[in-house]
Write a protein that binds this ligand. Structure first.
Ligand code: GLU
Length: 504
């Protein structure tokens, strides 16, 4: 790719709710592209639709990007840049001049239609758009005399500014993923650029900011593709076509069955998170689960998202962020939608957990263990990690292993019945002596000691193991007994054995 201007990309969410993983993927692709080309990655908050703002959403977006580790180097909540604000509402007044410039050059016009006028237009014909076929029947600067327009403006009659879309013109532009795209203006309508409250619409603010912020590539979801021809016209009419960014519209993220776009509601309905972080709705107080709180590692989430709609080729799937940056290109982004796969998300997480060092994993697990189980030394937690990390799909699954930290709380009647027979042949004292006699306390030696003890006391090895398992774990499953004894030590093992024995 010939990049003759420095790469500056932006992630431009509207804070109308929590950022869903589709949004995180868009941010990720922007980040990867920026890093690959040593460019800038900007976070711009598009909050011009004040009615749809949701309290806490902006902070949630910032926290989410921070958690996954794709931090913009410029923008709201991150590094300072050359612009006074990266929040559009705070630069509200700066957009009007562009709308007025369009009016002066004959590309836009004031429209004074009331809700009722617009309603009438739709009643006459349900498919009617505000466009070249209808605008001359409506209440705007194209049908009113200049004096009437001036008078209305002087009287502060509410108005909007609309773009005057030409009739029957082909607009062609190039999408980095989809190639050449041509749209006829007959399919478009005279979109509002400036609203009656003085706020720019998404279209105006978005195009102005991309130009002002020197954005080189607009990388965004496919749902914005229908807006692209309008944006192309805006660049043209504002005289900015030379510096128009390149467009790359990303494939949609689909529901697991491929039936439609993955929605914010799908997560809890289908049993997997669709949000990076837990979200509590400020109005309904409804809680939606997040990857973080479900025990996912941010690296795993990123790796999983990177592969939803892009593929570097080959069979390797575990890519560090550096490798993703190196391998990323628009050419390998798929055209069709990418089906979300919750099992694959688990697979990635499991792989990342397994590959962590025991010490690193212990650091990650320590807060959860402290909160739910108790306070333990880091070394001990690391040893536990060594024993169980191959079995953990999420960090939270450590909660299935509380017996590695504390004595089992309860021996169920069912399990006790299964091990009762051992009572007549077993001497706890002798078992204690056998364990204390081990010279090198490691799983292999512990296993040997158990074997010798079983044969010396006429106990079947299987029976002894079952008894030990119930005693130590409280259940009939779990890691190998010698490993377990090596981890929790002689005293704790004997304490549990004694507790269980006394209940037989
Ligand atoms: N504010 C738009 C959104 O919420 C941004 C679209 C774009 O990137 O142009 O997704």
């Amino acid at each position: 790719m010939n990049l003759n201007r420095s790469v500056r990309v932006r992630f431009a969410p509207s804070p109308t709710g929590p950022l869903h993983i589709g949004g995180v993927r868009t941010a990720l692709y922007n980040y990867l592209f920026a890093k690959k080309h040593h460019g800038d990655f900007i976070l711009r908050i598009e909050d011009t639709d004040q009615n749809r703002l949701v309290q806490g959403a902006e902070q949630y977006i910032i926290d989410s990007l921070r958690w996954v580790g794709i931090e913009p180097n410029e923008g709201v909540g991150f590094g300072d840049g050359p612009f006074a604000s990266y929040r559009q509402s705070e630069r509200k007044d700066s957009y009007r001049q562009y709308a007025e410039k369009l009016i002066q050059n004959g590309f836009a016009y004031y429209a004074f239609d009331t809700e009722e006028d617009l309603e009438n237009l739709r009643t006459a014909n349900a498919n009617a758009k505000y466009d070249s076929t209808t605008r001359l029947k409506l209440n705007n600067a194209l049908t009113l005399s200049p004096e009437e327009v001036d008078m209305k403006l002087a009287k502060q009659t509410p108005y909007v500014i609309r773009l005057k879309i030409p009739a029957n013109e082909e607009i062609t532009f190039y999408d980095e993923i989809r190639g050449k795209i041509t749209v006829n203006t007959l399919e478009m309508d005279d979109k509002v650029l400036l609203k009656s409250d003085g706020m720019p619409t998404y279209h105006l603010a978005n195009v102005c900011d991309d130009y002002i912020m020197k954005i080189s590539h607009v990388i965004r979801g496919e749902e914005w593709l229908p807006s692209a021809p309008l944006h192309v016209l805006l660049y043209r009419y504002l005289g900015w076509e030379e510096l128009m960014p390149k467009f790359a519209h990303l494939p949609l993220l689909l529901k697991p069955d491929g039936n439609g776009k993955l929605s914010k509601r799908d997560g809890d309905r289908l049993g997997f998170p669709v949000f990076p972080l837990q979200w509590s709705d400020p109005n309904t107080h409804e809680i939606s689960s997040g990857y973080k709180q479900n025990g996912y590692l941010p690296e795993a989430v990123l790796n999983m998202l990177a592969f939803l709609g892009w593929n570097p080729g080959g069979t390797k799937e575990i890519y560090s962020i550096e490798e993703l940056i190196e391998a990323f290109s628009f050419e390998r982004i798929s055209h069709g939608g990418a089906k979300f796969d919750a099992e694959k998300a688990k697979w990635f997480n499991h792989e990342y957990i397994k590959s962590k060092s025991n010490e690193d994993l212990a650091l990650l697990l320590q807060p959860l263990i402290l909160e739910k189980i108790g306070s333990f030394e880091m070394n001990y937690i690391a040893a536990v990690c060594g024993l169980v990390k191959d079995r953990l799909v999420t960090l939270n699954e450590i909660m299935s292993y509380t017996y590695l930290f504390n004595n089992p709380e309860l021996y169920t009647e069912v399990n006790l019945t299964k091990i009762k027979t051992i009572k007549e042949n077993l001497s706890l004292e002798a078992l204690g002596e056998a364990l204390h006699a081990i010279l090198e306390f490691n799983p292999l030696e512990i296993e040997n000691a158990f074997k010798n003890f079983a044969s010396a006391n006429s106990i079947k090895m299987g029976e002894l193991m079952k008894f030990l398992r119930v005693s130590l774990v409280g259940e009939l499953s779990g890691p190998a007994i010698p490993d377990l004894v090596a981890l929790i030590g002689i005293e704790k093992s004997l304490e549990r054995v004694g507790n269980c024995y006394n209940q037989l």
